[in-house]
Design a protein around this ligand. Sequence first.
Ligand code: C5J
Length: 234
Amino acid sequence: MNTMLQPTLTVAAQPFAFELPPGRTALVIIDMQRDFIEPGGFGAALGNDVTLLEAAIAPTRALLQAWRERGWPVVHTRESHAPDLHDCPPAKRDRAEPGTQPALRIGDPGPMGRLLVRGEPGNDIVPALAPLPDEVVIDKPGKGAFYGTALHEALQVRGVTHLVFAGVTTEVCVQTTMREANDRGYDSLLVDEATQSYFPEFKAATLAMITAQGGIVGWVASLSAVLAAVQQEA
Ligand code: C5J
């Protein structure tokens, strides 16, 4: 099938309709890892209530199923560092209020292995969203998925021009990656129910920031709006 000739699908979105080109729109799932979502991981070590993030799993799975059924490109990211932490600058690892120490830092051993270290059980994507062998998996040392990775090249070789985002956390790795994508020329849409934050007020603020000023970063749509548009594919 020549996806270049297919008409775009129109998604009802904020701040206005998003035109989604079938086959050239990648689903990008940011950091749906045990380290952020399950007790005993990096998110919990920072003192967060990780149960807030579980709500993103089922909506993300619905998107994943829709993309897989159509053979459209899927990208999973993992925030992760090499075992020797050479890709984890002290500015990232040692962040704490003066005179205090976080309970656990990146690289320290926790109940699911060393925190945010590649190959450790906690660094895996949650089983419900486990990548298939033909899907792109990007290990990223930063908050943004383009920094220090081959994501842009992986999208370019697949002819991707548009991105639909899911994942955690909304205001950190999701928003950073959407801003990086905008600078690289991708049109990006974030799916409301498929993203979560440890801070509901930060999620709300991020959705507002993305869509303000005529979509200065991109678009936001509901899961039902995205699925309704995708199901109209010829
Ligand atoms: C954080 C992320 N919150 N994936 N990482 O440190 O958003």
